[in-house]
Design a protein around this ligand. Structure first.
Ligand SMILES: [Zn+2]
Length: 208
C-alpha cells in the first residue's frame, strides 16, 4: 500500500499553524495566573504549589495544542481494489477518548468519539482518526462544533461517500458548580450517505 500526501489548499492552515508565545508574554501570563489563584485561596508559598502557576499555564497550553495543527494527519491511502465489493461498507472507529475545553467557561468536557465513514477512493489510517479527533478537541470549543469539524475535515481528507460522528461527553462546567448534574451529552454529525436513516441506525447500533 503506497502512502500519498494529498494537497489540501483550503484546509491546510488547520493542519500546521504552530502558536508562538514570546517569553515576556508567557512570564506575564504566569504572574496573572498566580494573582488569580492566590486571590481565590491557593497558598503559593509551599513546596507543592510554588510552581503551580507555571504548571497550570503549561497544562492549559498543552490542552489547547489543537491550535498548533497536526501535520502528520494529512496522509491517506488508496482503497484496496478488492474492498469495493460491498456497497456502503462502514468503517467505524471508537471509542476514541478526548478532552476539550468548553469555550463558555474554559473548563473541560471529556468523553468518547465514534467516527464512521463509507470509503470512496481513499481511506485513512485508524490512528489518523484519533489524531483528527484530537486536532479539534484540544481547543476552546463546543461539543456540537467539534463533531461538525471532525466530519467536515474527514470529508476533505478522503472524500468519502458518507461520514458519521457521535460524541458523548461529560461537561465539568455544569458538574463542578451549581446544578451538579451527572448527565452525559450526546451529539451526532452526518454527511453524505448517512442521510439515509437505515445507515444512521446501523452506525448508532455499532457505537452503542
Ligand atoms: Zn461550559
Amino acid at each position: 500500500m503506497s502512502e500519498t500526501v494529498i494537497e489540501l489548499p483550503s484546509a491546510a492552515p488547520a493542519f500546521a499553524h504552530p502558536r508562538e508565545i514570546p517569553a515576556d508574554d508567557w512570564n506575564r501570563y504566569r504572574g496573572n495566573v498566580a494573582e488569580i489563584l492566590a486571590a481565590f485561596g491557593l497558598p503559593l508559598d509551599t513546596a507543592g504549589t510554588r510552581e503551580t502557576p507555571e504548571r497550570f499555564l503549561r497544562a492549559l497550553y498543552d490542552a489547547t495544542g489543537g491550535y498548533d495543527g497536526d501535520p502528520k494527519l494529512v496522509t491517506t491511502f488508496p482503497t484496496e481494489s478488492d474492498a469495493g465489493g460491498e456497497a456502503f461498507a462502514q468503517v467505524v472507529e471508537g471509542p476514541i477518548a478526548f478532552a476539550a475545553l468548553c469555550e463558555h467557561h474554559a473548563l473541560p468536557f471529556f468523553g468518547h468519539a465514534h467516527v464512521g465513514y463509507i470509503a470512496g477512493e481513499r481511506i485513512i489510517g485508524i490512528s489518523k482518526l484519533t489524531r483528527l479527533v484530537r486536532l479539534f478537541a484540544r481547543r476552546f470549543t463546543v461539543q456540537e462544533r467539534l463533531g461538525e469539524q471532525i466530519a467536515d475535515t474527514l470529508v476533505d481528507l478522503v472524500d468519502p461517500l458518507g461520514v458519521a460522528v457521535r460524541l458523548e461527553a461529560s461537561h465539568l462546567c455544569t458538574q463542578m458548580r451549581g446544578v451538579e448534574e451527572r448527565s452525559r451529552t450526546t451529539t451526532t454529525a452526518w454527511r453524505g450517505a448517512y442521510r439515509d436513516a437505515e445507515l444512521r441506525r446501523e452506525f448508532l447500533e455499532l457505537t452503542r
